[in-house]
Design a protein around this ligand. Sequence first.
Ligand code: DX5
Ligand code: ZN
Length: 227
Amino acid sequence: MQQAPRIAPSILAADFAKLGEEVRAVTEAGADYIHIDIMDGHFVPNLTIGPAVVAALRPHSPLTFDVHLMIAPADLYIPAFVKAGADIVTVHPESGPHLHRSLQLIKSLGKKAGVALNPATPLDVLDHVWDDIDLVTIMSVNPGFGGQSFIAGALSKIAAARKRIDAGGRTIDLEVDGGVNNENAAEIIAAGADVLVAGSATFSGGPEAYAQNIRTLRGPAAHTGGS
Ligand code: DX5
Ligand code: ZN
């Protein structure tokens, strides 16, 4: 029986002039993770924040900090993000020559290791690292910007990842990132996602709307105890 999905607001869609307040607001509104998008203007065509900002946000929420690294190289900066307060560190396979080494580095620092797959990156890049990961992020947009449209082809990839995770028997979060909204959340959950990243859909309407936005994304399963 599928559990109610966890919701990970991407703070990329928050008001950057008051990030601490925004993180507190979504925490109080019932978010499960705080999704933090790190971009370097090189691996992706956008720039966001570094470890100093993550460290500044850490006191504002006890929730899992789900740090999505869209930077290359990643390994060089992983210790700094862990020190800043990351609980999950997710890398893209294309961001360095040695995915296994990056995952071992994250785990050696005592944190959960994730891999994010771009829309054109096949699932089989994970064939030999399934035992080394705690989270897979299926990107349903090309990384770099919030507010893009969900790429429908991601649904079959989510379903395939679900199958592979269930067959493997280890606990691995299946996260979906990009263009998640009230209209498509149900089919993404039905395809097998257990964590929905949602930037625009969470942060629309201002802080008074966050709790309802999160409830709507979770869907009816959340109200019936996860059936
Ligand atoms: C895209 C980021 C996403 C993005 C999601 O590169 O990884 O986390 O912020 O934003 P929405 O939910 O607005 O598509
Ligand atoms: Zn992200």
